[in-house]
Design a binder for this molecule. Structure first.
Ligand SMILES: C[S@@+](CC[C@H](N)C(=O)[O-])C[C@H]1O[C@@H](n2cnc3c(N)ncnc32)[C@H](O)[C@@H]1O
Length: 305
């Protein structure tokens, strides 16, 4: 049997997350439900898990699980909307939020257009209800906009040359498949795995608005989590990790006045305490048994006011 997704930093993240076994927790990225199952296994009958995912396959898995465990409630929604939980469940305390970012192994290995290793239609939408797929981005963005995507989200120094080559190629015929795109990338940047991965990742980030929704989701989590509760985030690449690190730093700062200010006039208060001065990474054994864990970083903050 193929495993839908092997959870990463499972014990480490859930150890940090649970502060009250009777509490309510939010798994913002249900995936195959590995983290949700672990959280449920540690909760008492009064505990709850509200889980989010945009993928229809996650919805199916969650529906099966919630049929046998009523403590789970699933929403097929983007985690950028977790702020609405407070209105929907007025009076409820939220004791922790977990974000395990990116894509599941199932999505990478089976869903359309995520990987340059299989010849498929360019798609990359985690949420098939979204209008813009990678096909639209590659075939309709201007040369400058394409270059910006590759530079910003793929940190690709030759983003302009690649964008030029794509625009030239699509003048002859549309770029329909992952392999067509990979051939152009390899021609311009060389056939190594790293640039290919970076460019495919950049497109995925653009298609799913990953950086914007992460920022919004984290803001809502910090706003909503109860005092003493935690927000735990597992990220898989430096762009995501930077957003998490900066957000937690800002929320942990008690003053954001310019360094030259003699007295504080900003009136800012620290809302969180950072529990992971350095991010937690998986051990050697975990990386050996699950290659996708190798870039994982866990950061956790605790709400203090
Ligand atoms: C790494 S997997 C999570 C795996 C999960 N922790 C497990 O143990 O099975 C990431 C999941 O987050 C989902 N996802 C990514 N961005 C999302 C977003 N903005 N809102 C909701 N779900 C999202 C993906 O569809 C994917 O299923």
């Amino acid at each position: 049997m193929t495993i839908y997704h092997e959870p990463v930093l499972l014990k480490e993240s859930v150890d940090f997350l649970i502060t009250d076994p009777k509490g309510t927790y939010v798994d913002a990225t249900f995936g195959g439900g590995g983290h949700t199952r672990e959280i449920l296994s540690r909760l008492e009958p009064e505990g709850r898990v509200y889980a989010f995912d945009v993928d229809i396959n996650s919805q199916r898995i969650a529906e099966d699980l919630s049929a046998s465990d009523r403590r789970l409630l699933f929403f097929r929604s983007n985690f950028s909307s977790i702020g609405s939980l407070r209105e929907k469940h007025e009076g409820e305390s939220f004791n922790g939020f977990l974000f395990d970012l990116g894509v599941s192994s199932y999505q990478l290995d089976n869903e359309e257009g995520f990987s340059y290793r299989r010849d498929e239609k360019l798609d990359m939408r985690l949420d098939k209800r979204l209008k813009t797929s990678a096909h639209e981005v590659v075939n309709s963005y201007s040369q400058d906009d394409l270059a910006d995507v590759f530079f910003r989200y793929g940190e690709e120094p030759r983003s302009r040359s690649l964008a030029r080559a794509i625009v030239r190629a699509r003048e002859t015929r549309e770029i329909e498949t992952t392999v067509q795109l990979a051939e152009i990338v390899s021609r311009v940047l060389g056939g190594a795995v790293k640039p290919l991965s970076r460019i495919f990742q950049a497109l995925r980030i653009e298609v799913n608005g990953e950086i914007e929704v992460l920022s919004k989701g984290l803001d809502s989590a910090v706003d909503t989590v109860t005092k003493g509760g935690r927000v735990a985030v597992i990220s898989y690449h430096s762009l995501e990790d930077r957003v998490v690190k900066e957000k937690f730093r800002y929320e942990a700062a008690s003053c954001v006045c310019p360094p030259e200010a003699i007295i504080c006039t900003c009136g800012k208060k620290a809302r969180v305490r950072i529990l992971t001065r350095k991010p937690v990474s998986p051990g050697e054994d975990a990386v050996k048994s699950n290659r996708r864990a190798r870039s994982a970083k866990l950061r956790v903050a605790e709400k203090i006011s």
